[in-house]
Design a protein around this ligand. Structure first.
Ligand code: FES
Length: 579
């Protein structure tokens, strides 16, 4: 336990811990200190100077930034004198005079920390001339826009990109009044090494980085926020879903959430709101004369129940997306096992058992060597990739890739080995104290070698292939599906569109296929009945992530009127089939 220290702040004796900064001691003791560049979870760099404190130490008094000054036993500190507040006001005026801060036109007005500070310090005029610098807006990025006119160079975005994502795309270019945030060596942001994690957007205190999708769609007191879990891969990142009037406008990372502590990837933060081109199913559909036509829920459910109930049990098949919640997967298993179906599986294919000795995501932050096998972290499970990038770029950990494929992480790797060179990876591990083996669905025999040779030395981290693979395992739905044998098939597709062509081609030949899906595609040619269901932001329950952690999924928006929840439909079928 850290040693306790005692300080006097604004005349009050307060306690802190050795290693705390003065700002941390203030925050622990409820003493309010204005800050702009400080952000919990990022390193402090003392750039905005708003947190200045008058510090008496060993007979000397000085003014310094409280976010970067270590608290020391016996220190006497003032953080809210008239003089300090006058200096803060002057600093704020300089920030306003230096940029082009026209609050009434700014996307962040009402949500801006700089604006809040101006109100706090009663700034209604600026003593210095407004410089009207000419700063060009960079709108080259698909998801965000950089407006340097609103930037106060707090460098939160730079630190978030480097320290949280491990990517180091953003930096500061130029000097003095020419200084500005740049991407790589001043490339247009959209052409840079940016990986669209969006952490920079979330930490920006002003309107300098704006989100194309949610800009001007709602200020903090006009929107609703719901804490949930991302359903786009098995990491299960904690999110905050931001909506207004039942319209989802933004996804943010939840800074308090395990396992990701606020970092998201493009697949969780941006893509679900931008890239959906499929047609939503709004009412039950039944196929007549080769065309899907709208029908009633009763007719659709009766037809499904009749076809499944009358079928020879050996000709029945049931498939589910492993993106469904634990609760839905249990019901699904109950329904189909109840009517004697043995041919049950997941759309994502059979799921292997997780390793016996697993490490969790947080432990990757302690690894000094990563061996990544059969997984492209630039494409899948990207947040795990950010943990690896942090290790390699920020802590000097070594990355060894064992893969036939040249993955997106190869340029970062110390060695890229082919699977038949796996013994070399084992040898390289000799120099590591805490190696971690991260493996995905493409890992083959080489994984068995690593398991054997590195047992007791390395921790193994399994990249569960689908969002809720572990939930599917727990519900007994992990086996192989025999598509050839299935003539009458029920598919719980959820909002998942990833279905293999081979499986689709086989389902086309089946006698009867009922699909519970949020979207028509890719089921239009295959399905005899489509039962509309909720999408990721409309459902609730739990999932089990790749670490085995149970995570809550919460509803942020209501589904369209005639769309029913996954469980409601399964229960209606259980009622009709008596299972
Ligand atoms: Fe300390 Fe900005 S918060 S200098």
């Amino acid at each position: 336990m850290a040693e306790e220290i005692t300080l006097t702040i604004d005349g009050k004796e307060v306690k802190g811990e050795r290693g705390d900064t003065i700002l941390q001691v203030c925050q622990k003791n409820g003493i309010d200190v204005p800050t702009l560049c400080h952000f919990e979870g990022l390193s402090d760099i003392g750039s905005c100077r708003l947190c200045i404190a008058e510090i008496e130490e060993r007979g000397r008094t000085r003014i310094d930034t409280s976010c970067t000054t270590p608290a020391v036993e016996g220190m006497v500190v003032q953080v809210s004198t008239k003089q300090l507040n006058e200096m803060r006001r002057a600093i704020l005026e300089l920030l306003f005079s230096e940029g082009n801060h026209y609050c009434m036109y700014c996307v962040a007005s009402g949500d801006c920390e700089l604006q809040d500070m101006a109100y706090r310090f009663g700034i209604d005029y600026i003593r210095w001339p407004l410089l009207y610098p000419e700063r060009h807006i960079d709108a080259s990025h698909k998801y965000v826009v950089m407006d340097p006119n609103r930037c106060i160079l707090c460098r939160r975005c730079v630190r978030a990109c480097a320290e949280l994502v491990g990517n180091h795309t953003l930096g500061v270019g130029g000097r003095d009044s020419e200084a500005e945030i740049i991407a790589d060596l001043k490339l247009p942001w959209g052409e840079s090494s940016c990986v669209n994690a969006g952490a920079c957007l979330q930490v920006c205190p002003t309107g300098a980085i704006l989100d194309r999708r949610s800009a001007y769609k709602g200020k903090k007191d006009q929107v609703e926020r719901v804490k949930s879990t991302c359903l786009f891969c098995s990491v299960g990142c904690g999110t905050e879903l931001v909506s207004r009037d039942n319209y989802l406008i933004r996804v943010e990372g939840d800074w308090e959430a395990e396992p990701n502590k606020g970092i998201l990837c493009a697949a969780g933060r941006f893509e679900p709101l931008y890239d959906e081109e499929r047609t939503r199913v709004l009412r039950p559909l039944v196929k007549r004369d080769g065309r899907l036509e709208e029908t009633t829920w009763d007719e659709a459910l009766d037809l499904v129940a009749e076809k499944l109930g009358d079928s020879d049990k050996n000709a029945l098949g049931a498939l589910t997306s492993a993106r469904a919640t634990n609760e839905t997967l249990e019901l699904f298993a109950k329904l189909f096992r109840g009517i004697g179906v043995e041919n049950i599986g997941c759309l994502e294919g059979p799921i292997a058992e997780p390793p016996e000795k697993e490490i969790n995501l947080a432990e990757l932050d302690e690894a000094d060597m990563f061996i990544v096998v059969g997984e492209d972290l630039a494409e899948d499970h990207q947040v795990v990739g950010f943990f690896v990038k942090r290790g390699v770029n920020n802590r000097g950990a070594r990355l060894v890739i064992v893969d036939d494929k040249e993955t997106g992480f190869v340029p970062l790797a110390y060695r890229w080995l082919k699977p038949d060179e796996v013994e070399e990876a084992v040898r390289l591990c000799d120099a590591a104290a805490r190696p971690a083996v991260i493996y995905g669905a493409r890992a083959g025999e080489e994984l068995a070698v690593l398991r054997k040779e590195l047992a007791g030395k390395a921790g193994f981290f399994w990249m569960a292939p689908a969002t809720n693979s572990r939930g599917a395992l727990a519900a007994g739905l992990s086996g192989a599906f025999n598509a050839e044998a299935a003539q009458n098939v029920y598919v719980l597709a959820c909002d998942d569109g990833k279905v293999g062509d081979e499986l689709l081609a086989r389902l086309k030949k089946a006698n009867f296929v009922a699909v519970q899906s949020s979207y028509v595609e890719p089921w239009a040619e295959v399905a005899d009945v489509v039962l509309p269901t909720v999408i990721w932001a409309e459902k609730e329950g739990t999932i089990t992530n790749l670490e085995g952690r149970t995570l809550k999924v919460a509803k942020a928006v209501e589904p369209p009127a005639a769309v029913k929840g996954e469980a409601e439909v399964l229960k209606a079928l259980i009622g009709r089939l008596g299972s």
